[in-house]
Design a protein around this ligand. Structure first.
Ligand SMILES: *Cc1c(COP(=O)(O)O)cnc(C)c1O
Length: 474
């Protein structure tokens, strides 16, 4: 008997025997009718099939591994909207606990039961909130002095993450960049102060510069700024962009002063979904005290069944990440976080040392201070090489690895570098596999008879046209 429904889709339809699998997937228009969940699942799943496995993606800073219980908890909370605080009051409380824990990891002096901070979708939103708060505080002070408020600026190194460019554009606040050079690889405090004036809303040092993995010296900046503020009468504060370092320093370098122990550090942001060890998207921003969080940034709504006050750019947002973060705090504890971050650092150091032994390469920095580092081709090797790091990137991607090559920011933009970020889920064994694949790729590239197109372009000093990676933190 012929089953008329079989190809059209019912519970018996073999997924790959269905009509849908003979049709292109929708691009422009919603399909006329429904299909079975099995077919829909397979089509969507298969569109992403050819992508890198997330754990082989050494370009990203963002969590690609959580244990089964964390995954279960987060999946079970997938239908919860954080903004419905009245309906899910325990999640709002859990959020407050996470903010308290993060604030205390950063040595907040605030004594209140609930520390001043906010949940964000990532560091981008957290940085925006920190920046806006600094701007509003500056504006209020200027208005009180009867001075103009139309030309705010902030100071940051040229190693900024792209969010600061967005902040500058969206709020029309001038971004003053302290150039990084091969000699000055992090923010130079004296150069930063030279760029400050009465219109400077804040200075933004970075812990875990996205381009290089290095840390700006916040303590030196704070000291220099203290003298500068005393001399000028300005009250320029510091917002620390600790997207990466915020969850590294407290565990591995607790004695390093970069946080609220410093006088002028009034706000700090981080990515819960980077080394906070939670799947995306999660960020945190904390203020040193409630008085540094301007009241104008809190909005109250009453149509959810109660007066809800919230600080943030988005309204609705997933709650699952809060459960994931709170789970990680309980599951790992301080010692567990320390152990995980320690392993990531050790494996980074190992890859760093092995790369240094390879003839073509030189590391950008001797130090490894975060679980990431960059290297470039020795100029003398590059002078005779027929390939570039872009070619190496391509070769490695054939083995499933995503290891990005990119050019450094302005002033040092002629340097093409390669970066590895090591996260939870990457073992010494995987590092050896990667290193072997790098060695094998170099072996093949060294056999080339003619230069590659990226080599020719680089020798002509042309902008190398290649796959553009989001080196800025993704
Ligand atoms: C990743 C990163 C950001 C942006 O963080 P998201 O969590 O991806 O929004 C901002 N600043 C620095 C230094 C970063 O590394």
């Amino acid at each position: 008997m012929k089953d008329e429904n079989l190809r059209n889709g019912d519970a018996k339809t073999p997924v790959f025997g269905s009509n849908e699998m003979l049709q292109p997937a929708p691009v422009d228009k919603i399909p006329d009718g429904p299909t079975t969940p099995q077919v829909a699942y397979q089509m969507v799943k298969d569109e992403t099939f050819a992508q890198t496995q997330p754990r082989l993606n050494l370009a990203t800073f963002v969590t690609t591994y959580m244990d089964e219980y964390a995954t279960k908890l987060m999946n079970e909370a997938i239908n919860i909207n954080y903004i419905d605080e009245t309906e899910y009051p325990r999640i709002a409380v859990m959020n407050g606990k996470c903010i308290n824990i993060v604030a205390n990891l950063w040595n907040t002096p605030e004594q209140a039961k609930w520390k001043s901070g906010a949940l964000a979708i990532g560091s981008s939103e957290a940085c925006m909130l920190g920046g806006v708060a600094a701007w509003l505080r500056w504006r209020k002070r200027r208005e009180a002095q009867g001075k103009p408020t139309d030309k705010p600026n902030f100071v940051i190194s040229s190693g900024f993450q792209v969010v600061w460019e967005k902040f500058a554009q969206l709020w029309q606040i001038e971004m003053r960049q302290v150039p990084l050079t091969l000699e000055k690889t992090t923010l130079d405090p004296e150069e930063a102060l030279k760029m400050c004036d009465e219109n400077t809303i804040c200075i933004v040092p970075i812990q875990g510069v996205t381009w290089t993995g290095l840390n700006d010296d916040v303590e030196a900046l704070d000291n220099a700024l203290d003298a500068y503020n005393a001399k000028t009468g300005y009250e320029i504060p510091i917002h620390v962009d600790a997207a990466t370092g915020g969850f590294i320093l407290p565990f591995l370098n607790p004695e390093t002063k970069w946080d609220f122990r410093l006088k002028w550090v009034l706000s700090i942001s981080t990515s819960g979904h980077k080394f906070g060890l939670v799947y995306p998207g999660l960020g945190w921003v904390v203020w040193k005290d409630k008085k540094y969080l301007p009241g104008e940034m809190s909005f109250s709504v009453n149509y959810l069944g109660a007066d809800i006050t919230q600080v943030g750019l988005n309204f609705s947002r997933p709650a699952a990440q809060i459960l994931g973060q709170y789970y990680q705090f309980i599951r790992l504890g301080f010692e567990g976080y320390k152990a995980v971050q320690y392993n990531s650092m050790q494996i980074t150091q190992y890859i760093h040392d092995e790369i240094a032994k390879m003839e073509p390469f030189v590391n950008y920095s001797e130090q490894v201070v975060n679980p990431l580092f960059i290297w470039y081709m020795k100029p003398e090797y590059a002078a005779k090489a027929k390939w570039t790091l872009y070619d190496l990137q391509d070769k490695l991607s054939q083995h499933g690895w995503m290891v990005p090559a990119y050019t450094l920011p302005e002033n040092i933009q002629n340097y093409v570098v390669m970066r590895v970020v090591v996260r939870q889920g990457f073992s010494r064994d995987m590092a050896d596999m990667l290193l072997n694949d790098i060695k094998a790729a170099i072996g093949e590239l060294e056999k080339l008879e003619y230069p590659t197109s990226t080599r020719i372009a680089q020798d002509k000093n042309e902008k190398v046209k290649t796959k553009v990676f989001n080196h800025t933190g993704k």
